[in-house]
Unconditional design. Structure first.
Length: 555
């Protein structure tokens, strides 16, 4: 049985809903089987695909399916949301609607508070069960889930949830995490059984976007299941060969990296399918360098879940430092200085060309490679002394791939507040010399520096005034001088962080290690060993109290 409800258009959604409800009563009395007609609601969240979708498969096997996506106003009004992300999600929803249509299902899209929407649906049509993937989201989605869980229990509506990555809910022991990840990644992707019945009710459709701040970033990636598959294939069959050598420099990274992060963040691609496709590509290729690159790439997919597990296990880290003692470093500036610096950092006006070029690229495209994200965060926290929550919120808004579970642990790691990681303070000029020695990237993103020659472009404030005039880049007129002196800011930061680290309580640090640190890898032995030797290893976490000498690691 396909849709039995008549679709009657009415100017207000409330009205459409009411009209549909009446029609539904008529048709329901016609068939007279209430249990069979009750809805099996598939709540799509950050899993906007049909392939390898446990919740959709289970609902299809159970009865009449109502695929549902809710633009929750509170989610899109939050300080980490941006118009670009909403546009990307809408593109994913368009593709999802089309894939569901091929299965004989109709995607229902509503702008509504999720709890009151589900209440209304239940009141009018009866919900037999709710199906979804577990979400490791921000506090807003966590609160929504908590409310809905309570309501489902009160109404005796089963809410079936499945993990969609390697994140383990209510993880008891971190030591078993890695083997669980591997088990999940090896499972056969879930196939969707034939759909016996779908539902079609009035809904808002895809024309309308939620009320959300910000701009649509002109150079951003586009959403959708088909686009995700195409990006994956292009990466695994062609671009991956330059992965390791190209991922650090912002010049090469946009091509060398997979660029799959927004598709993973919104679930247009299943992580398990990606891991399996990467392993298949490795088996199909004899060349050692190709395999090594795929191996490195797969280790990142592992980090994806390793980081998300941190927020899943301890949601407070979205707002509070892992090690509470670092909170005192968050409020040292006057409000006016903080606002001036934050504004300059966000709008690519710090006076350090590589930092500003990275921010300009991020603001316009929604993406940046890992090392440059880390440098932006390190600059904000150590050199400018901005509270990580504020600078991290700007990055969250700008990242098309914003994934709370990766983002907040990374923000804290690059701000030195975890208590278990080595301190990494990036020197903006040294980074520029290493990653963009001729200033090509800098010139691409900072128009004021386009005419400045190689010898001055990475430190334009050192240029004699006559040359500034000659090259059309007068400091503090066309481009700012650095907000602070790097060397003294680094020294001061080292001293302040060092003071807190000296006084860290071993029991608290041990607790953080037990809960969050990665354990010796059995699945990525080579990668893990080589990375612990690298100064730039982004995930190295000591398994004992980090030695104080690590404080001298400056980049
Ligand atoms: C301050 C900061 C904030 C970050 N916020 C996010 C975020 O909100 N969302 C996000 O997806 N990534 C985030 N990252 C991690 C990383 O920078 C991005 O995943 C990566 O740059 C995305 O590009 P890609 O898909 O081409 O990566 P690839 O190098 O091709 O990696 C493939 C996938 O592996 C995962 N991955 C890669 N590097 C990491 C890492 N260091 N930690 C965890 N997972 C990783 C991602 O899912 C990525 O899509 C953040 C890093 C920093 C330093």
């Amino acid at each position: 049985m396909q849709a039995t409800t008549m679709w009657i258009w009415s100017p207000s959604w409330q009205g459409r809903f009411a009209v549909a409800a009446r029609c539904w009563t008529i048709s329901r009395s016609g068939c007279g089987n209430m249990a069979a007609d009750a809805l099996h609601v598939v709540w799509f969240k950050r899993d906007l695909r049909v392939a390898d979708h446990a919740a959709l498969a289970a609902a299809c096997a159970a009865g009449k399916v109502l695929p549902l996506f809710i633009w929750a106003p509170q989610v899109w009004a939050a300080e980490d949301a941006n118009l670009s992300q909403a546009m990307f999600v809408r593109e994913c929803l368009q593709a999802l609607a089309s894939s569901l249509h091929d299965l004989g299902l109709h995607l229902h899209v509503y702008h509504h508070d999720p709890l009151s929407l589900l209440k209304r649906l239940h009141e009018k049509f009866r919900i037999a069960a709710l199906y979804s993937h577990e979400e490791t989201g921000n506090d807003v989605t966590f609160q929504i889930d908590t409310q809905i869980q309570r309501w489902c229990m009160a109404q005796s509506i089963p809410w079936h949830e499945w993990p969609q990555h390697g994140v383990v809910r209510r993880l008891a022991d971190r030591r078993r995490w890695q083997s669980q990840w591997e088990l999940r990644m090896q499972q056969t992707p879930i196939a969707i059984p034939p759909v016996s019945a779908g539902e079609r009710l009035p809904h808002h459709g895809l024309d309308r976007l939620p009320v959300v701040a910000g701009i649509d970033q002109a150079g951003r990636q586009h959403g959708g299941i088909g686009v995700a598959d195409a990006v994956m294939t292009d990466f695994l069959q062609r671009r991956v060969q330059r992965y390791q050598s190209g991922l650090s420099s912002p010049l090469t990274a946009p091509q060398a990296c997979s660029r799959l992060s927004p598709y993973l963040a919104w679930g247009a691609l299943s992580l398990r399918s990606l891991v399996q496709a990467s392993r298949a590509a490795s088996q199909a290729n004899e060349a050692m360098h190709w395999r090594r690159n795929l191996h490195r790439f797969e280790s990142r997919l592992h980090w994806h879940c390793h980081f998300m597990q941190k927020l899943e296990s301890e949601p407070r880290i979205e707002f509070e430092s892992f090690y509470p003692g670092f909170e005192q470093l968050q409020h040292r500036l006057t409000d006016a200085t903080r606002m001036t610096r934050l504004q300059a950092w966000q709008s690519a006006q710090t006076g350090w060309p590589l930092v500003d070029a990275c921010m300009a690229m991020l603001n316009q495209t929604g993406w940046l490679n890992f090392r440059m994200r880390a440098m932006l965060m390190s600059t904000a926290s150590y050199l400018l002394r901005l509270p990580w929550r504020q600078s991290g919120s700007h990055l969250a808004r700008m990242f098309l791939d914003y994934e709370p579970g990766i983002h907040w642990p990374q923000v804290q790691m690059q701000s030195g507040t975890t208590g278990i990681n080595a301190l990494r303070i990036y020197h903006p000029v040294k980074q520029a010399l290493a990653q963009d020695p001729l200033g090509q990237f800098v010139r691409q993103w900072i128009p004021a520096l386009r005419q400045v020659p190689d010898s001055w472009v990475l430190e334009p404030w050192r240029m004699p005034h006559a040359l500034q005039l000659h090259y059309g880049c007068v400091i503090d007129r066309d481009y700012p001088s650095p907000l602070v002196d790097v060397v003294s800011a680094m020294q001061a930061a080292k001293q302040d962080w060092f003071e807190i680290r000296k006084q860290m309580q071993t029991a608290v640090v041990q607790d953080i290690l037990q809960r969050h640190a990665s354990r010796q890898s059995r699945h990525f032995p080579k990668v893990a060993r080589s990375h612990t030797r690298r100064k730039s290893a982004p995930t190295s976490e000591a398994t004992a109290l980090p030695p104080v000498t690590q404080l001298s690691l400056l980049f």
